[in-house]
Design a binder for this molecule. Structure first.
Ligand SMILES: O=C(O)CCC(=O)C(=O)O
Ligand SMILES: [Fe+2]
Length: 272
């Protein structure tokens, strides 16, 4: 009988998940096995990264810590009841398959990053349930002028081996601050940087916390999530703002304003 290979996921190129699992890539992802990686844990109380052997009991850290700039963690951003209501609302929209065992819902313009092209015909705004979150986050001084024009909800599941490879979020369209609300299970954002090839800095992302990645953490360090750090279903709501090119006197500020006007109707339905 012919061997019919029916693909049940959305992975392309070097991406993979447990459904299409590819052993060679497993070795790439789990590079700690082949290479000695110095793991540091980020402490949100002193904004320093500490060697992993440290017990992470602030302020009694051990070893040589170093300043890790560009992380703001707002723990208990929402209550357990709010989390439950929010997830119910998110789950009313179907998720679509994405890379590396993730699924997603996107509220934002359709973007071709390679060709630097944008289409906003299908964008109907940020979803209604995100309005209260936006209002609350802007009460913090770091986010007082944050104007999100995209929300991407990602779903991670241990059964699918969900993960995200090290990457920078696009610099052409997206601005400095990446704001993520973490839901349903705790995880870690792993930071890596070409200047320190054998180092990982793990940023805690407790359930119901809001994480802001900005400054050097956004521009100098790539971020990823290891599949081993997905212990249960995880939803991540990432809000993105526009880059300077799409604001103020930027060459694409007209398009930027159009996106803001659509986003702020808060009447959005997912575009994919
Ligand atoms: O799931 C997360 O917290 C991060 C997602 C991410 O890095 C991205 O969508 O670009
Ligand atoms: Fe990202």
């Amino acid at each position: 009988m012919a061997n019919i290979n029916i693909k049940t996921c959305a992975c392309k190129g070097i991406r993979y998940c447990l459904l299409c699992g590819n052993i060679t890539n497993d070795m790439v992802q789990d590079r700690n096995v082949a290479q000695t990686i110095e793991i540091h844990n980020y402490c949100p109380d002193c904004h320093k990264a500490w060697p992993a052997l440290d017990l992470m009991q602030h302020p009694s850290h051990q070893g040589d810590g170093f300043e890790f700039e560009g992380i703001f963690l707002w723990t208990d951003f929402i209550t357990e009841v709010e989390e439950q209501q929010l997830c119910q609302q998110i789950d009313q929209t179907p998720f679509v398959d994405s890379q590396s065992g993730r699924r997603k819902q996107d509220f934002g313009p359709k973007v071709n990053f390679k060709k630097r092209k944008l289409k906003c015909d299908d964008f109907s705004g940020l979803p209604n349930y995100s309005k209260a979150l936006y209002v609350k986050m802007t009460t913090n001084s770091l986010l007082h002028d944050f104007i999100p024009v995209e929300l991407c909800n990602l779903e991670y599941m241990p059964e699918r081996g969900s993960a995200i490879d090290p990457h920078f979020d696009d610099f052409w369209l997206w601005g400095e601050r990446l704001v993520t609300l973490n839901l349903l299970s705790d995880s870690y954002l792993c930071m890596t940087c070409d200047e320190h090839p054998n180092m990982e800095v793990h940023i805690p992302m407790p359930r119901r916390s809001l994480l802001v990645v900005h400054g050097p953490a956004r521009y100098k360090w790539k971020h990823s999530i290891h599949r081993k750090d997905i212990s249960g279903r995880r939803l991540a709501m990432t809000f993105r703002e526009l880059s300077d090119e799409f604001r103020g006197q930027g060459t694409q500020s007209e398009m930027g304003q159009k996106l803001i006007n659509i986003a702020f109707t808060f009447k959005g339905i997912a575009v994919g």
